[in-house]
Design a protein around this ligand. Structure first.
Ligand SMILES: [Zn+2]
Length: 221
C-alpha cells in the first residue's frame, strides 16, 4: 500500500498534502468539521471581562462558582462549544461540535457510536495546538517559506519568530463579527508567517502605537 493511502486510512477525512504532515492537515480538517456544526444560535465572540484570578480558592468549586470558559485574551481562538452555555457534553468535540468516535476519530469506523468519554477529536487537538502555540511549528512554517523572511525577503535567521499576517488584535477589532468557523482562519497556516526578530520588533512597536491610538480614539467623548 502506498504511504499516502495508508495514512489516509489511519486518519480518515484528513487531506493529503505532501509537506508538513500533521500540521498541514489538522487545522484544515478541524475547520471543515466545525463548518458542519456552524456557530450555535445566538453565539457571538466575547471576551471575559477580566483576567482569571491567580489566587485559587481552596476546596472544590460548585458549578455556579466555576467561571465560564470565556477567554480574556483575543489571542485565543474563539471556541463556542467550550463555553458552558453552548457545550454539547461528552461524546461531542468541544472545538468543532461534531461527534467524537472511538480513538478520537471523527468517523465511526467501528460502528460503536459516539465515545462518551471524549470531548476532543484527535484532529482538533492538533489544530488547537497550532492555533494557540504556532511558534512550536516554526520549523515547518520556515520550510513553507523556503527560509525567507516573509516581511523583508531576506534569509531567515535562527532567532526568527512566528507572526500573524493580520494581527490578532486587529482580528478582534475589525473582524470579530466574521462568521464562525471562518473566523478560525485567522489562526491557521494561511495567516501565519515567519519573520526575522528585528523586523518583528519594529512591527510590534508600530502595532503598540496603533493600539494606543485606537484606544485613545474610543476614549474620546
Ligand atoms: Zn473536533
Amino acid at each position: 500500500m502506498r504511504w499516502g493511502a495508508a495514512s489516509r486510512r489511519r486518519c480518515p477525512g484528513l487531506q493529503s498534502i505532501p509537506i508538513g504532515g500533521r500540521i498541514q492537515c489538522g487545522p484544515i480538517d478541524s475547520r471543515a468539521l466545525a463548518a458542519k456544526s456552524g456557530a450555535p444560535a445566538g453565539w457571538t465572540w466575547r471576551l471575559a471581562d477580566e483576567k482569571p484570578d491567580r489566587v485559587r480558592r481552596r476546596g472544590r468549586k460548585t458549578k455556579e462558582e466555576k467561571s465560564d470558559w470565556l477567554m480574556w485574551s483575543f489571542r485565543v481562538p474563539p471556541a463556542p462549544y467550550r463555553e458552558s452555555h453552548y457545550a454539547l457534553g461528552p461524546g461531542f468535540c468541544c472545538i468543532c461540535g461534531q461527534p467524537v468516535y472511538r480513538f478520537g476519530w471523527q468517523v465511526d469506523l467501528w460502528g460503536r457510536g459516539a465515545n462518551r468519554n471524549a470531548v476532543w477529536h484527535a484532529a482538533c487537538v492538533v489544530a488547537w495546538d497550532l492555533w494557540t502555540a504556532p511558534s512550536d511549528h516554526a520549523r515547518v512554517l520556515k520550510r513553507l517559506q523556503q527560509r525567507r523572511c516573509a516581511q523583508s525577503g531576506g534569509r531567515l535567521w535562527k532567532t526568527a519568530e512566528v507572526d500573524h499576517w493580520v494581527p490578532l488584535f486587529r482580528v478582534w477589532l475589525e473582524h470579530r463579527h466574521t462568521q464562525w468557523p471562518s473566523l478560525l482562519g485567522f489562526w491557521g497556516v494561511p495567516n501565519l508567517r515567519v519573520i526575522n526578530r528585528d523586523v518583528h520588533l519594529t512591527k510590534c512597536a508600530e502595532e503598540a502605537r496603533s493600539r494606543r491610538d485606537s484606544a485613545g480614539r474610543t476614549a474620546d467623548p
